[in-house]
Design a protein around this ligand. Structure first.
Ligand code: GLA
Length: 438
């Protein structure tokens, strides 16, 4: 399991005591799902097109303490959001857009409970939906308390997938269901694509479910084949283990918005599909599913002149990013962090210029990070419409880089900077491990 420093004993005790108070059970009976946040150094926005992505987790994330209920009741409280989520596992869950008002104006199917801030219980209901839809018999509910690390929700670290995975693992554990990571990748896809209606790919949950400390996770989102690429412990370039040499910086913009409420993500997905449709048609393959992974790169080179300027940029991002990912695995495997970092920053630039998904403050953060001392490379994290940037930095210079970024960003965006986690613009993290129940 490697040298993972999260969660700490005190965090685990805090969660266990909470659940013991809620359920009246002994704290020793409480199980805890550890579901880490993920980063994607290379491979942004190509998962939904079937591209190959790189990912790893960090040593921060979601903790879900729970005990199986003695019946079908689900009762969950949150450390971040108000209200208590209550439903029964024998209620049939329907996708959000399938919930209609009946003749008396009430919702068909269960909706949010009273006082449930931001419908935060939807991920628990979505997890049940995914399990039910896939034919699993869920008989026992859970009594649980969910807690996200240091207010990092909606920051582009994929807190939503970490939450979805956490509920899946808790329901599975309570119902003695044996489910492998590949199946859970599909179940989380059902939560996001079907239950919540976000047209995203499988990068987030694959990273959370498959990652292993010290490795870069490689996921081919078309074939679903994956492998772990281990960093060399020692070679001529890095005299100490790569994971000791490297720190991960999370630099927060102060902008937060859930992806499901931002139309930009699904619009970009549609633009990529449209580009694929035109390229496939131009090459006589109109019957093929319009995804850019179904377009050969030679076909792209030959017919890209047929794309309008916006679609041409989206396609350019896809094809150039796929190449960066493949080159990145070589750099990682040989311990060449300088080269790996350059690819990360080039990927960040393509997100700005070709995928056009940044916002002003995020672009400023990216530029500051790219010139910070000891930084190998930087890019937006997650969808890049809000949230944070990530950077790989020389462990010996991480503190210096963090204070540089904090100072420069506060000069450019004093108001946003003052709204961030008590003014802490930058968090220094380590790599993490996969999601698990302890
Ligand atoms: C979000 C989505 C992912 C992926 C990234 C961008 O996190 O959920 O599927 O597309 O954005 O790489």
């Amino acid at each position: 399991m490697g040298e993972v420093s999260w969660p700490s004993e005190s965090e685990l005790n805090f969660i266990k005591t909470k659940v013991a108070d809620m359920s009246g059970r002994d704290a020793r009976e409480v199980r805890v799902v550890v579901s880490p946040y993920r980063i994607c150094p290379l491979g942004a926005h190509i998962d939904h097109q079937g591209g190959t992505v790189s990912a790893m987790t960090i040593n921060k994330g979601i903790l879900l303490g729970f005990v199986p209920s003695n019946d079908s009741q689900v009762v969950i409280q949150s450390g971040q959001f108000k209200g208590e989520v209550r439903f029964c596992v024998d209620e049939m869950q329907l996708p959000k857009n399938a919930i209609k008002l009946n003749n008396s104006g009430q919702q068909n199917g269960p909706g949010p409970g009273p006082g449930e801030e931001c419908n935060w219980g939807n991920y628990a209901r979505g997890a049940l939906y995914a399990l039910q839809k896939s034919g699993n018999h869920v008989k026992w509910g859970i009594i649980g308390f969910i807690y996200g690390a240091e207010g990092l929700d909606s920051s582009g670290l994929s807190s939503s997938a970490a939450v979805g995975v956490a509920y899946l693992l808790a329901f599975e554990s309570s119902n003695n269901l044996t489910v492998d990571p590949e199946e859970n990748i599909e179940y989380d896809r059902l939560i996001e694509n079907e239950y919540l209606g976000l047209k995203n790919g499988i990068l987030d949950q694959s990273a959370i479910l498959l990652s292993s400390y010290g490795c870069l996770t490689c996921m081919n989102c078309k074939t679903k084949e994956h492998k772990l690429v281990r960093a060399p412990e020692m070679n001529s370039r890095c005299k100490i283990g790569m994971n000791k040499k490297l720190k991960i910086l999370l630099a927060f913009s102060g902008l937060k918005q859930a992806l499901t409420t931002n139309p930009g993500y699904n619009r970009r997905v549609a633009e990529c599909q449209e580009a694929a449709r035109i390229l496939l048609q131009a090459s006589g393959n109109q019957g093929v599913e319009p995804r850019l992974s179904n377009v050969e790169s030679e076909v792209y080179e030959q017919h890209k002149c047929k794309l309008d300027p916006i679609l041409a940029k989206r396609a350019e991002h896809y094809f150039s990013e796929n190449n960066r990912v493949l080159n990145g695995f070589d750099s990682w495997a040989s311990g060449n962090l300088e080269e790996f970092g350059k690819l990360i920053s080039a990927s960040g630039l393509s997100s700005i210029q070709n995928y056009e998904c940044g916002s002003g403050p995020l672009i400023q953060l990216y530029e500051i990070l790219a010139k910070a001392p000891g930084v190998y490379g930087a890019r937006f994290s997650g969808a890049g419409f809000r949230g944070c940037c990530i950077a790989f930095v020389d462990a010996n210079r991480a503190l210096e880089a963090a204070s540089f970024v904090e100072k420069e960003y506060t000069i450019l965006q004093p108001k946003l900077a003052s709204q961030i986690n008590e003014g802490k613009v930058v968090l220094i993290c380590d790599a993490g491990d996969c999601a698990r129940v302890i």
